[in-house]
Design a binder for this molecule. Structure first.
Ligand code: THU
Length: 116
């Protein structure tokens, strides 16, 4: 994976499957100003949107840690904007894979229906 994670050394790659069959890659990109980092999931979503893709079927995550890790809270909110019921697969570097869904990871989310 092409993560840029010299500070945390925790590398994350994302593979976002679009409805048209394209797979859009994402990676975490850190910065010397730590809060400027972007997660792999959001980098994949932003790349897909910039390519004109908005309909997603699934996302796969791979990290440099041993165990599967789940998207952070901000990424859950961003994934839910486009694919609230999408499955999320996560693999650690031991090969163990787990599956959840965006809805399970972010129940009772704030969404477009909540806006006035
Ligand atoms: N990270 C991700 O890329 N995705 C997540 O869902 C959790 C965290 C990244 C952000 C940062 O570069 C590193 O992992 C450590 O937090």
């Amino acid at each position: 994976m092409n993560a840029y994670a010299p500070y945390s050394k925790f590398q994350v790659g994302a593979a976002l499957l679009a409805e048209n069959g394209e797979i859009i890659a994402g990676a975490n990109v850190e910065n010397a100003s730590y809060p400027a980092a972007i997660c792999a999931e959001r980098s994949a979503v932003c790349s897909a949107i910039a390519q004109g893709l908005r309909n997603f079927v699934a996302i796969g995550l791979m990290t440099s840690g041993a165990k599967p890790a789940w998207p952070c809270g901000i990424c859950r909110q961003v994934l839910a904007e486009f694919a609230p019921n999408m499955p999320v697969y996560s693999a650690g570097n031991s090969g163990e894979v787990e599956m959840s869904t965006v809805a399970e990871l972010l129940p009772k989310r704030f969404g477009p229906d909540d806006l006035p």
